[in-house]
Design a protein around this ligand. Structure first.
Ligand SMILES: [Zn+2]
Length: 335
């Protein structure tokens, strides 16, 4: 049992009074068997816009789960008194999967119970490529970033997460997902697809419109918003796969974001923690942990409001869409 599992259990209990708790799958490996849960609030109207918050895909990155649970805690407390919030839930859906890889978290591994890196586990797209090793490898589950055997079905946790996203967003006019990770760089990044190629995604205009909302609404925010592939390219990225499937299969707009918290800052301020297994990925000092847990609440709130108010920004007319697309290209893809 980890502290995150105990907090999650308590919050799921509270969720059942205001929303729906879903059992996605049981994760297993090395003698450990644990459930993966989702928590769901808001309207059942399939066409309503949706925000889906995800954490704990990588078992060592406990802070991702903790940040998602911090938002769930705040959200549940506000449900008791915040009439505006309750009203807004009649127009949108808010879903949480705060701990996708509970076995990895208990075993203190990045990978799941079977040694597979869940964020490298989707069927690789033929047009994609991965940075050597870190972008996914099939050499051995003993090395990090193992994608799983070629041609094998997706791991139960990965398949269940994508199934849950599909079920609760396929009919939505707009779905934002935010998957919380840590461990790369000195700044907090907001990554968007594709991870598999440096080419721009078809929804560059909508991504740029979201960046404008962020920059104008929270002008002092801490995030560097950019394509994942600017840092490294990944084969088998789950969010690329979900996005590609939506493009091919049709349906509402899906904009998957990854919050990659820059853990090197925590290590720089407290170098001794790099010697511990979890120290490279998480804030260890209590004041730094608390600072991190409150740091991202404005972002979550903005994303929820942007979801409720999707009509105001996410469906630009053709002329505005072309202008946004050009601005996004200049920002991220011009040579
Ligand atoms: Zn991660």
């Amino acid at each position: 049992m980890t502290p995150e599992l105990a907090v999650l259990e308590r919050l799921l209990d509270a969720t059942s009074r205001h929303g729906v708790v879903d059992l996605l799958v049981h994760a297993e490996g090395d003698g450990v068997r644990l459930p993966v849960h989702g928590a769901r609030f808001g309207t059942a109207d399939p066409a309503a816009p949706a925000l889906i918050v995800v954490g704990g895909v990588h078992g060592l990155e406990r802070i991702g789960t903790e940040v998602a649970l911090a938002f769930l805690t705040t959200f549940l407390a506000r449900l008791a008194w915040d009439e505006l919030l309750v009203e807004s839930l009649r127009r949108c859906r808010l879903c949480f999967v705060p701990l996708v890889n509970p076995v990895g978290m208990v075993l203190r591994r990045r990978a799941n119970g079977r040694g597979v890196d869940l964020m490298r586990n989707a069927p690789p797209h033929p047009d994609g490529w991965g940075t050597p090793l870190v972008g996914g490898q099939r050499l051995s589950p003993r090395l990090p970033w193992y994608m799983g055997a070629a041609g094998a079905p997706m791991q139960p946790e990965a398949a269940a997460l994508l199934g849950y996203v599909e079920t609760h967003s396929a009919g939505s006019s707009l779905t934002l997902t935010l998957d919380c990770h840590s461990g790369f760089g000195m700044v907090d990044r907001l990554w968007f697809p594709w991870a598999r190629t440096r080419r721009p995604l078809p929804h560059l205009a909508e991504i740029y419109a979201l960046k404008q909302l962020l920059d104008q609404t929270l002008p002092n925010h801490v995030y560097r918003m950019e394509p994942t592939a600017r840092s490294y390219t990944i084969r088998g990225d789950l969010w690329d796969h979900a996005y590609d499937r939506r493009i091919v299969g049709g349906g509402g707009t899906l904009l998957p974001l990854t919050l990659e918290m820059g853990s090197w800052t925590w290590v720089k301020k407290n170098p001794a923690q790099v010697l511990s297994l979890l120290g490279g990925f998480n804030p260890i000092k209590p004041h730094r942990l608390r600072r991190t847990l409150r740091r991202h609440l404005p972002l979550f709130d903005l994303l929820l409001r942007a979801t409720v108010s999707a009509r105001g920004w996410a469906f630009p007319d053709p002329a505005r869409r072309a202008a946004l697309d050009a601005a996004g290209f200049a920002e991220w893809f011009a040579a």
